[in-house]
Ligand binder design. Sequence first.
Ligand SMILES: [Zn+2]
Length: 238
Amino acid sequence: MTIFVVYLLATGIVAAWLGQVMWRHLDGFDWQYRSDDVWTGFWLGVLLWPLWLIVRPSLILRGTTVLADDNLENFDINGVLANRRRQVHQAIKNPPSCGARVSYGFPDFEHDSPVQTVFEAADIEAHFKGRELPLFWGDEQEALVVFIKGRDDSSPETTPIPEAVDFEDMAAELIDAGIGEVYCAECGAYCDAHSLEKVVPPLTPGWNFADYVCPAGHKTFRRKHIHILPAGRGVSVR
Ligand SMILES: [Zn+2]
């Protein structure tokens, strides 16, 4: 009987401890995007605390059972989402400084590291002026507009596009329009986007890629071009 009372008492202490971790460390983005994960973590902590104290004490002692950062390595999609939205929100509230030129690491499908691209901030504004930006989240649009409009054209520094903004589709549209510069690793120099040749092999079902070739004939990078559904599976592009 005494052991049971001690167990109940300890369970109450664990619940109160995890509760204060949640109170102190979680914000609106956690509650909006990963509240189910938080409560699952809380109940797993409260119900199984003796087990965790043996196999992974930090889950209880540091309260990581309710926090997202411990799960990011395991690709906790809700934790990543909450973190991303938090970063975008911070970029709106406190935009990083923007110079006359901005840089963006464009994902290259042939290499792990992105290819470096540079754009005049004024060109970005001119190209997309008055249009809905090709960004998935409305707050990303707000963050980017605040960033670009707040630029200092007299600043010679090339400043990176805020990491929280997924700039890939915008960069692709700019490059296809011949705007900006793309770094060619083999030339060891930036090439004007309008001097690149876009090479698209004959289309096949599935993902098709486009290669961007510099004037010296080097493939600067490869990107997803178009996805084609196999014949007989609805819409297909020829
Ligand atoms: Zn080259």
